[in-house]
Design a protein around this ligand. Structure first.
Ligand SMILES: NC(=O)c1ccc[n+]([C@@H]2O[C@H](COP(=O)([O-])OP(=O)(O)OC[C@H]3O[C@@H](n4cnc5c(N)ncnc54)[C@H](O)[C@@H]3O)[C@@H](O)[C@H]2O)c1
Length: 323
């Protein structure tokens, strides 16, 4: 099949595109910046918050053409940045709307990227199933607009019969994510500070999250996409958690990164910031059953892999806005 991936220059998009190409599928990317990692597939350059993509006519050098499915990943993906600039969350919702419209007009199934942020802060202890999301508990503008996007997709299915599926990702890490100036992902900030001998700030001593190695996330996403396109009734209109299924305290993650790098880490604790989720472990029962999702890589294997990858692929991309 030929798949359109929005947000294809980002972390999950780049990894998904490479995996789909390896499986023999065609990929066309769409992003508002060129892909900084690979030229294995063409990228239509477009601001999806402003414009509905058209299938004909060159977009930044690439022709979109006919596609069999759409994976919508494009977003401002930094939660705290959208606490500070909530209009960015509205742009995320405009992108979801444009992606759904593209899928409706062209009659193609769509997978939407959502986030474990939608659950907000639940009591620590029990893995969180998909049904636990409640819009009244949205912890941040980012999460609120992810919920709104999920809701809009459900409305498109009811009004127009559009086949969709939603994936709620959780702290995906591993490859194509160490462009720190742009992404500010915790693992890479920890690594940088440890390597430079600076203290590592952790927001919340007991903060515990479910980290997903990128190959697991991409395997689950690709399985969801294939089943959606085949019209699998266990997938169409459904929402899935994808994670590893284990919680790790951030302070322990810092120590694991320091051990992997054979360095010492000095940890500075600060209170969790507004809008942050402080405890999450995914219940993967539904993804296991419907997607045959079997995550393989726990953090004690994934973090050393990620550190090796970053050592071989230092990210020297220009900051956003300068290209
Ligand atoms: N990586 C994770 O841990 C994680 C966790 C939960 C949810 N998600 C969601 O998964 C999706 C992909 O995340 P990611 O980690 O690959 O993020 P990313 O930031 O690496 O990729 C997002 C891409 O979207 C593009 N983009 C932003 N605004 C755009 C616009 N107006 N028009 C066109 N393109 C635009 C960016 O340039 C970027 O390449 C996002 O929707 C994110 O919210 C990711």
């Amino acid at each position: 099949m030929r798949v359109l991936i929005t947000g294809s220059s980002g972390q999950i998009g780049t990894n998904l595109a490479q995996a789909l190409i390896e499986q023999g599928h065609g990929v066309i990317g769409l992003d508002n910046r060129p892909n900084p990692w690979t030229d294995a597939f063409p990228t239509c350059i477009l601001d999806l918050a402003q414009t509905l993509p058209a299938r004909r006519g060159a977009l930044g050098g690439a022709e979109l053409g006919a596609v069999d499915a759409l994976v919508h990943l494009a977003a401002h993906a930094k939660v705290h940045a959208l606490v500070e600039r909530p209009l960015g969350a509205l742009e995320n919702h405009q992108m979801v709307t444009n992606a759904l419209e593209f899928a409706r007009v062209n009659n193609v199934p769509i997978v939407l990227a959502s986030s474990r942020e939608v659950y907000g802060n639940l009591a620590a202890g029990q893995p969180v199933p998909e049904g636990a999301a409640d819009f009244r508990r949205a912890p941040s503008p980012y999460a609120a607009m992810k919920l709104a996007g999920e809701s809009l997709a459900a409305a498109y299915r009811r009004c127009y019969g559009l086949p969709f599926a939603v994936i709620r990702f959780s702290n995906v890490y591993g490859r194509h994510d160490n462009d720190m100036q742009r992404l500010e992902r915790a693992i890479w900030i920890f690594r940088q500070n440890i390597l430079e001998g600076r203290p590592v700030t952790v927001f919340g001593e007991s903060k515990t999250l479910d980290f997903t190695y990128v190959d697991d996330a991409v395997a689950g996403l690709a399985s969801c996409l294939t089943r959606l396109v085949a019209g699998d009734p266990g997938v169409v209109g459904e929402t899935f958690n994808l994670a590893y299924g284990q919680g790790h305290r951030l302070v322990d993650l810092v120590r694991l990164i320091a051990d992997t790098l054979a360095r010492r880490a000095e940890i500075r604790l600060e209170a969790a910031r507004p809008g942050e989720v402080t405890w999450y472990v995914a219940d993967l029962t539904k993804a296991r059953r419907a997607l045959d999702y079997r995550p393989q890589v726990a953090v004690d294997e994934g973090i050393p892999r990620a550190m090796r990858w970053a050592a071989e692929h230092p990210a020297g991309h220009p900051p956003v806005g300068s290209q």
